[in-house]
Every structure is written in C-alpha cells, then in structure tokens.
Design a protein around this ligand. Structure first.
Ligand SMILES: NC(=O)C1=CN([C@@H]2O[C@H](COP(=O)(O)OP(=O)(O)OC[C@H]3O[C@@H](n4cnc5c(N)ncnc54)[C@H](OP(=O)(O)O)[C@@H]3O)[C@@H](O)[C@H]2O)C=CC1
Ligand SMILES: N[C@@H](CC(=O)OP(=O)(O)O)C(=O)O
Length: 344
C-alpha cells in the first residue's frame, strides 16, 4: 500500500530537495503532488524521471492526501497546516511555526523518534531549525555517554538557508564585485559577497537573534531540557552547507578518543578527523550528502570535562528535506500512519 504525498513549497529550495529525496529513497508514494503559490501554477518540477505540474495550495483538496510535507514558510504554515491536518493528512512542517507547541512533536529521527507517538493531537509534526538538526545528531550520542551540561556554538550558515532569492543575491553580488558594478542588497541586512553577517533572523529583546534562540529552545525540546546552550549564528558566503564550531562541557569524563569512537558508530554521523591539512569536512564536501560530518574533535583543557568539535551538514537535506522525509519514514516504520489510515 502506497501513500499520497503533497509537497507544499515544491518550487522552493527545500521543496525541490524533498522531491529529489522522495525519489532517491524510493519513498512508498503512489502519487506525489507539487503545490506552491498561485504565481507558480503550471510550472514544472522534477520528481525522478517524472515531471509534475505545480498546483495552487489554496485550491487544493487534501481529503485523500496521507502526508503533507510543508515548506512554504511560517506564515503559510500557521494558516494552512491546521486546515490540511483537519482534512486528515499528517502535516510535517519545516517552518518554525509549530516547533514549540507542546502538542506538536519536534523530531530528529536519530535522536527522539519515540516522541512521534503524540502526533495525532494536532496531526502536525515539526522539523527543527537546520542548525539545530545537525547539532543534535552530533550531541545525542555524546550526551548518552557523559551527560552534557553546557554547549557553546558558533554557526557559519550558508545562504541557501534563507531561500532561493538569497542564493541569487550572493551570486549577483559576487558578479557585481568582479564587474565593478554597484552591489545591491535586498534579502540580507548587509552585503554577503566576500563578507560575513552576525545576524540570522530578527533580534530578540535580550540581544540574541531568533535563530540563536531557536537553537537553544529546540535543543532542549529534542534532547534534554537541562542542557544549557548559547549560540552565535553567522551567515557566510557559501551556497549550501552549514558549519558549526561546537564546545561541549560534560558532567562526566569523556576523552577525545572516546568521543571519536562513539561518533564513528552513531546514526547519521560521519567522522572525518585526520590531524593534517585537509583532514576535516567542509560545506563543499557535505553539499548533496546526507551525513552530519564531524571533524576536529579535541579535548578542551579549559574546563573539567570538555570537548571541542566541528560539525558540518547539508542544510537543505539533513537540515530540512531529508529530516522531513526521515520523519515520514519513521511514522511508517512505527506503523503510526497505517494505524491512522485504518482508523479513518
Ligand atoms: N528546517 C529548516 O531549518 C529549514 C526550514 N526551512 C523552511 O522552509 C521554508 C521554505 O524554504 P526555502 O525552500 O528555502 O524557501 P524558498 O524561498 O526557496 O521557497 C519558498 C516556497 O514556498 C512557496 N510559497 C510561498 N508562499 C506561498 C503561499 N502563499 N502559498 C503556497 N506556497 C507558497 C513558494 O512558492 P512560489 O515559488 O510559488 O512562491 C516556494 O515554493 C522556509 O520559509 C522555512 O520555513 C527552510 C530551510 C531550512
Ligand atoms: N534560518 C535558517 C533556515 C530556516 O528557514 O530556519 P527556520 O525554519 O528555523 O526559520 C537559515 O537561514 O539558515
């Protein structure tokens, strides 16, 4: 028995990646529909060797859809996810709209697939922020071993995290620098070409940005509410792939050798850690891949039990589309979707 899957935001960075991954992983879909805003109706999207014609979200009847993968931003999700869920489809949402709702599970399958059980309360499941997703994949196995007390993280986030227009902005600004044309800025608060910007999302009252706040709160919800986390999120002129410099303080002893061994066999993790030039992962290698790459694992001698490491992943895949599809697969593997189908 296959499923009917709707992808909302199919023309976007994440939506296109969702269609690729559904095909790559041979997701058991009988039918896949591509939805976006009215302006994209009739546009074509690739799904394996098929071409899907985009339909408008606001005219679509979801009553026979099993799974709706939402990737059209928070405002669209706030309005549409409850309406779609009320028609019987399970919504897996990529935006930040529902993540902190106590009746909505926030899931990274390698970390807390068990929390899926409560999804039927709202029929909505949230996918975390891209920087949080790759971070918790790397933290979970270390937390199980030595209990994390505090994490200090600095991110280096690619422009694709801000959508397709942001990628175009990096491209056109870079071109303008070389052709000596005026560099115009629209999507980012400052020029991004040959620059870095220490602001992602809006400022909160306490001086943190919302992206930093999301990393703190989402890590607590997914992994452990006792973990203290402080973040500085920075946009860098990279097209795809988020990187993170992560400092972890543990309650119990753990050596860098132990951390490396644990991460080597942890689900979703790939350790590349040779202490020589180039013996580490960069976003260039992570782009298009599924793994969370971990490098530069070393003991932090400034605290009692500390580890420092470098974590890189494709933000459009593990940070968004791949994680969403892994959530859908977990629903199927745990027989949660079949139970729902039968009950209906
Ligand atoms: N988990 C995570 O951390 C990540 C989450 N995201 C989330 O996914 C969303 C999409 O990101 P991304 O793909 O990069 O963004 P893009 O800007 O590349 O694409 C946005 C998509 O949303 C669609 N859309 C916009 N408005 C509407 C509407 N009113 N009705 C229907 N569809 C609409 C667009 O359709 P059209 O082309 O017709 O305008 C397009 O398909 C983000 O806003 C964010 O919430 C993104 C990256 C990572
Ligand atoms: N803010 C992330 C991507 C994103 O959309 O995050 P969120 O879903 O938490 O708003 C980035 O720009 O890299």
């Amino acid at each position: 028995m296959g499923y009917k899957v709707a992808v909302v935001g199919a023309t976007g960075n994440v939506g296109r990646e969702m269609l690729n991954i559904l095909d790559e992983r041979k997701f058991p879909a009988d039918e896949v529909v591509a939805l976006a805003s009215r302006k994209s109706v009739g546009q074509e999207c690739s799904y394996g060797d098929k071409t899907l014609k985009v339909k408008a979200l606001d005219h679509y009847d979801f009553s026979d859809v099993d799974i709706c993968l939402m990737s059209a931003g928070g405002t669209v999700s706030k309005e549409w996810s409850p309406k779609i869920a009320a028609q019987g489809a399970v919504v897996i949402d990529n935006s930040s709209a529902w993540r902190m709702d106590p009746d909505v599970p926030l899931i990274v399958p390698e970390v807390n697939a068990h929390a899926l059980e409560g999804f039927a309360k709202k029929n909505i499941i949230a996918n975390p922020n891209c920087s949080t997703a790759q971070l918790v994949v790397a933290l979970k196995p270390l937390h199980d071993k030595a209990k994390i007390k505090r994490v200090v993280v600095a991110t280096y986030q690619s422009v694709s995290g801000a959508g397709k227009e942001a990628m175009d902005e990096l491209f056109s600004q870079t071109k303008s620098v070389f052709t000596l044309d005026e560099v115009t800025t629209k999507k980012f608060p400052k020029r991004i070409a040959f620059n870095v910007i220490p602001q992602i999302d809006v400022f909160m009252e306490d001086g943190y940005t919302k992206e930093e706040w999301k990393m703190m709160m989402e890590t607590k919800k997914i992994l452990d509410p006792k973990i203290k986390l402080t973040a500085t999120c920075v946009r860098v002129p990279v097209f795809v792939g988020h990187s993170e410099a992560v400092n972890i303080e543990f309650e119990n002893p753990i050596s860098d050798e132990e951390a490396r061994e644990i991460l080597r066999s942890a689900p979703g993790c790939l350790v590349i850690d040779k202490r020589e030039p180039g013996g580490y992962a960069t976003p260039y290698e992570a782009a298009g891949e599924d793994a969370t790459y971990i490098s530069r694992i070393r003991t932090d001698p400034t605290v009692e039990h500390g580890i420092e490491m470098w974590v890189v992943s494709d933000n459009l895949r593990k940070g968004a589309a791949l994680n969403t599809i892994q959530i859908a697969e977990s629903l199927i593997n745990r027989k949660l979707l079949q139970a729902k189908k039968k009950a209906a």
